[in-house]
Design a protein around this ligand. Structure first.
Ligand code: DX5
Ligand code: ZN
Length: 224
């Protein structure tokens, strides 16, 4: 059902923050579909990025959906705030909260799409009891914390496992997002595996943004 949905989500983590507004407009003009926001707290992951005031200040620059990837402990404490400043999609790591189901509910009842993130070592069966409630799954293809890491090929097998689970549970409408090490030269293979939303930081922002987006979009469309 969702196999022909293919969306590119540049992660602004690799943008030039001194020209953030311009670069957001540039990716939008180049054809990006979603803006991916990597929120890190220095506790769940060993890095700190940015938070609510930055999101609020860039929200007016684009109509593209904002996809917040929360790499923070106790995400439930901040979810309402992230939605209030304009995030349309919120994903969190289930091992960062005690009550996964309640946190999903909080996201959805405040009007955003809810996603669960699987780290490279987190098995797909973590989703067995919650697949019924979510809108998307974010499969990490690097360890969370930093941009510019190398794609872990083993994580592609999880896409097939997830597709089986989606079929078994009648949730073929769940979107599959993949994040980390995605570039113009591997996006086709990732797309073929069944991924719908491609997050890319360094693959988009390093070098020529327009050309990078164009190449990635050309390579990510597959018609089956
Ligand atoms: C890692 C982040 C990713 C990352 C993507 O924790 O979730 O979104 O910044 O960057 P690249 O595409 O450079 O791996
Ligand atoms: Zn991310």
């Amino acid at each position: 059902m969702t196999k022909n949905i293919k969306l590119l989500a540049p992660s602004i983590l690799s943008a030039d923050f001194s020209r953030l507004g311009e670069q957001i407009k540039e990716v939008e003009e180049a054809g990006a579909d979603i803006i991916h926001l990597d929120i890190m707290d220095g506790r769940y992951v060993p890095n700190i990025t940015f938070g609510l005031p930055i999101i609020e200040s860039i929200r007016g620059l684009t109509d593209l959906p904002f996809d917040a990837h929360l790499m923070i402990v106790e995400p439930e404490k901040y979810i309402k705030e992230f939605i209030k400043v304009g995030c349309n999609m919120i994903s969190f790591h289930p091992d960062a909260t005690i009550h996964t189901h309640r946190t999903i509910d909080l996201i959805k009842s405040n009007g955003a799409k809810a996603g669960i993130v699987l780290n490279p070592a987190t098995p797909v069966n973590t989703l067995d009891e919650i697949i019924h409630y979510i809108d998307y799954v974010l499969i990490m293809s690097v360890n969370p914390g930093f941009g510019g890491q190398k794609f872990i090929p083993q994580t592609l097998n999880k896409v097939s496992k997830l597709k089986i689970l989606m079929e078994e549970t009648g949730r073929e409408d769940v979107l599959i997002e993949m994040d980390g090490g995605i570039k113009a030269d591997n996006i086709r293979e990732i797309s073929m595996a069944g991924v719908n939303i491609f997050v890319s930081g360094s693959g988009v922002f390093k070098g020529n943004i327009k050309e990078n987006v164009k190449k990635m979009k050309e390579n990510m469309y597959i018609f089956i």
